[in-house]
Design a protein around this ligand. Structure first.
Ligand code: ADP
Ligand code: ASP
Ligand code: MG
Length: 417
């Protein structure tokens, strides 16, 4: 069985959905499980709904209308007026309305997951109906009955043994299957999510459990390039890379692949193909097992909008195990993701992502015990397989605040010019 994954950009409007259908028809007309994300930027739109609902803002109905209209426009371009799909979509909006009216929980992350999941439920319903309409028989299923997680809402951990048991028993590997990326459920049937951009990971989970022959993630780029083309000019396609290389790139922030996707695939040696939905005839990048699959050119990765914090003790003591472990516990408590650490005798510097917007609480918690120097809005550049020219090309972008080098990788924290 093959696994395909289509992200938001590939299903952002009616034309894109037709394109996805033609790719499925020519490349995955049977024995294929298709994982789909929410359409376009709908997850961001649902995040606005979550905020408006949680903060009891008056513009909640406008936010909901925007989402309804977005999907309606797409449906009107794909289906006749009396198609069954309108009823299915109305049922989903009814379920969402029911949750919004009945919910009494104040737990933000729980509320977030119960609302955000509708992006994927809507997109898969519409795409499945469209495939049926053009004669591609398919099975739509609710992934929440297949992928089981703990209750760590917004960043849930997969229960692998239970998930594997359900998936191997329930998936009909001979058909076209359509399901949602990113979302899952815990043992009380509440919706959980695997973290933003987690649909690639969903594809990896299915591939692992089904011993798939391959996973193809269809993207708006020709494959894995040696840098993000939105940030760097003159990028080069990497035709073949090893799992290890791809894991390193994704870990350091190459957002073309969700970092959690690769390890399950590596474990079962399922190749990952990154291909273009714009030019589906092109082979793209193949990620597989092999020692001679290193890129021979420098690869650039950037994480923007980071915070660099330098922490030292108020009483002039050294930064050693006890206070570092204390700080790490706090970083964990405030869900701050650490992207780089550097330690000296008297200070400890971390470059962090403020994804969950809890940095200020962290700062206030620590400011009476430590001296904290903070620089916000900085960029973290990573260059794999670096050479002098590559390092210079980064350093000329701004003021370098901190550098860390190991054998294959250099990381530079930079305040942009
Ligand atoms: P999806 O539609 O599946 O969510 P994403 O937008 O998350 O797709 O990922 C594709 C994007 O990843 C590209 O548009 C590109 O800007 C970005 N990207 C970052 N690093 C790389 C890289 N090394 N190679 C290719 N694309 C990259
Ligand atoms: N729709 C989700 C997001 O935008 C998951 C994904 O697209 O991978 O984060
Ligand atoms: Mg994405």
């Amino acid at each position: 069985m093959k696994i395909f994954k289509f992200g938001g950009a590939s299903v952002k409007d009616a034309e894109s959905i037709k394109n996805v259908a033609s790719i499925i028809k020519s490349e995955g007309a049977s024995d294929t499980l298709v994982v789909v994300s929410a359409m376009g930027k709908m997850t961001n739109a649902f995040e606005e709904v979550v905020d408006a609902y949680y903060n009891k803002e008056e513009n909640l109905p406008d936010k909901l209308n925007f989402i309804e209209e977005y999907h309606n426009n797409i449906m009107e371009a794909l289906f006749a007026k009396d198609d069954e799909i309108y009823k299915d979509v109305a049922i989903l909006f009814g379920e969402l309305g029911w949750f919004l009216a009945r919910n009494t929980s104040q737990r933000f992350n729980y509320v977030y997951d119960q609302i955000i999941c509708f992006g994927e439920l809507l997109s898969t319903k519409i795409i499945s109906a469209y495939l049926t309409k053009i004669g591609l028989e398919n099975i739509w299923f609710d992934v929440r009955n297949y992928i089981k997680t703990d209750s760590n809402y917004r960043d849930a951990k997969v229960d692998w043994s239970l998930t594997e048991e359900i998936i191997t028993n329930k998936v009909d590997a001979t058909k076209i299957n359509i399901t949602q990326g990113f979302i899952a459920a815990n043992d009380t049937e509440n919706t959980t999510t695997l973290g933003r951009e987690g649909s690639d990971y969903t594809a990896g989970i299915f591939a692992y459990c089904l011993n798939a022959e391959s996973v193809t993630i269809w993207k708006d780029v020709p494959g894995v390039l040696n840098a993000d083309p939105r940030v760097f000019e003159n990028t080069t396609l990497l035709n073949q890379i090893s799992y290890e290389e791809a894991i390193e790139m994704a870990f350091y922030g190459a957002s073309v692949i969700h970092p959690k996707t690769l390890q399950p695939l590596e474990r079962k040696e399922v190749p990952l193909l990154v291909r273009s939905f714009v030019n589906p005839k092109e082979p793209g990048t193949k990620i597989s097992k092999g020692s001679n699959l290193e890129p021979l050119i420098p690869c650039f990765i950037v994480k923007k909008d980071q915070i660099l914090v330098s922490i030292s003790a108020l009483d002039f003591s050294f930064m050693v195990e006890n206070n570092i472990s204390y700080i790490f516990q706090k970083l964990h408590d405030y869900q701050l993701k650490v992207n780089l650490i550097q330690n000296s005798a008297i200070s400890f510097s971390v470059c962090i992502d403020n994804k969950f917007k809890k940095f200020d609480s962290f700062y206030n918690d620590l400011k009476n015990e430590f001296k904290l120097e903070v620089q916000k809005g900085i960029d973290l550049f990573t260059v794999r397989h670096f050479d002098d020219e590559a390092v210079e090309s980064i350093e000329e972008k701004g003021t370098s605040l901190l550098t860390q080098v190991n054998k294959e990788t250099i990381q530079i924290v930079l305040q942009a010019n």
